[in-house]
Design a protein around this ligand. Structure first.
Ligand code: HEC
Ligand code: HEC
Ligand code: HEC
Ligand code: HEC
Ligand code: HEC
Length: 242
């Protein structure tokens, strides 16, 4: 009697098993590759050469973000302060502090602020915390000049003694806001005020919608600003992958 099934069918169950396994492994590695690194970067908090404290300088003292991150409203990069920026104050304040050794080294002076002869002024090597991959394009000024606060992407920096990576800043995170910016938009003069609260603002300032009714929520306020300023963030691939 002829064999009903051709010989190759004996291998079919094995092939199916191999396929399932391959897809399974593929899915798991894709998940680990794409999902885990982003989840892990939340909370990333490297040691810095100086224990610089945002909660004190930006919070308590109230120094504006732009004093040190001066590129933020002008260019793609926010930028970090040079030693000279710190020196404006620290040539007078906490002169001999042990914590400020790398600052004095960058200025080429000793503990008594006497210039060290022939000193090689080494810039302070801050450790980078947030980094978008090269294949994606990001621009700070396009955001902060359109009413998006640092807080939406970096969290409560003004309360951090030591900066950590607060949001995933993944593609999904970017798109979530590009599709619903009204949840985030605020008046331009409040962008650097990380304590801003829409409800409080709307209680202190009367803002009316087109029908002349008072606006009380972030969402309605955001929609009004979006409309008035004609803010329409794009979500086509070429917006961020150029
Ligand atoms: C007096 C200077 C100064 C002021 C004011 C200041 N910063 Fe910074 N900022 C720094 C320095 C120095 C670093 C690098 C060391 C660190 O991470 O703490 C930094 C780091 C950061 C980083 C992380 C950069 C990275 O590596 O990814 C963010 C985000 C940031 N600052 C946001 C803010 C915001 C928001 C404000 C205003 C609320 C602000 N900063 C005010 C000096 C300042
Ligand atoms: C506007 C003035 C100002 C600027 C600019 C400034 N600081 Fe300060 N800083 C202060 C004051 C005021 C104190 C608190 C002094 C005290 O507690 O006696 C302080 C305290 C510190 C301390 C704690 C010192 C200790 O021994 O307790 C460190 C570290 C420090 N600053 C680092 C920096 C760095 C780094 C920069 C630049 C990125 C910077 N500061 C910029 C005013 C400033
Ligand atoms: C829409 C999201 C978003 C907003 C709003 C935002 N940032 Fe950023 N920030 C990022 C991303 C993404 C990176 C990483 C950028 C890169 O790798 O080029 C970054 C990096 C930084 C860095 C380190 C690298 C650099 O650009 O020099 C600093 C400092 C910083 N941000 C400060 C600020 C401050 C201060 C504000 C508010 C005035 C702010 N950011 C608002 C998303 C944002
Ligand atoms: C909290 C809201 C928000 C988040 C988060 C956000 N964006 Fe945007 N983005 C905007 C707004 C608002 C605009 C301005 C749209 C306009 O001008 O009509 C914009 C504009 C842009 C532009 C256009 C800039 C230009 O030069 O025209 C790029 C590129 C961009 N975003 C990239 C990103 C990337 C990459 C991320 C994530 C790392 C991100 N955005 C996260 C709200 C956001
Ligand atoms: C608003 C900005 C923005 C838009 C629009 C956008 N991307 Fe992305 N994309 C990013 C950012 C930022 C990353 C890097 C994410 C990270 O570092 O976690 C990324 C990463 C990626 C990756 C790498 C895998 C991953 O998920 O991290 C691929 C693939 C990709 N994008 C494809 C696309 C395609 C296709 C489109 C259009 C449908 C698109 N992107 C639209 C911002 C954007």
């Amino acid at each position: 009697m002829a064999n009903f099934f051709p010989r190759w069918t004996n291998l079919l169950p094995l092939k199916i098993a191999v396929c399932i396994l391959t897809v399974g492994v593929g899915v798991i590695s894709a998940f680990t590759y794409y999902a885990t690194p982003k989840a892990q970067r939340i909370g990333y908090q490297p040691d810095q050469p100086i224990d610089y404290d945002h909660s004190f300088h930006a919070g308590e003292l109230g120094i504006d973000c732009r004093y040190c991150h001066s590129g933020v409203d002008k260019s793609a990069k926010a930028g970090l302060p040079t030693a000279n920026t710190c020196w404006n104050c620290h040539q007078h304040v906490q002169k001999g502090s042990d914590k400020l050794g790398p600052l004095r080294a960058a200025m080429g002076v000793d503990k008594d602020h006497v210039p060290i002869e022939g000193a090689e002024k080494k810039p302070i090597e801050w450790v980078r915390i947030h980094k978008t991959p090269d294949y994606a394009y990001f621009d700070h000024s396009a955001h902060v000049n359109r009413g998006v606060s640092c807080k939406s992407c970096h969290g409560d920096i003004h309360k951090m003694e030591k900066v950590h990576h607060d949001k995933s800043l993944s593609m999904e995170f970017c798109l979530e806001c590009h599709r619903n910016p009204e949840k985030h938009l605020r008046p331009l003069e409040e962008v650097y005020n990380l304590d801003y609260n829409a409800e409080d603002y709307l209680q202190a300032n009367e803002v009316l919608d087109e029908k002349g009714e008072r606006i009380t929520t972030q969402e309605d306020f955001g929609l009004l600003l979006k409309h008035n300023w004609n803010v329409y963030p794009k979500d086509s691939c070429s917006t961020c992958h150029r």
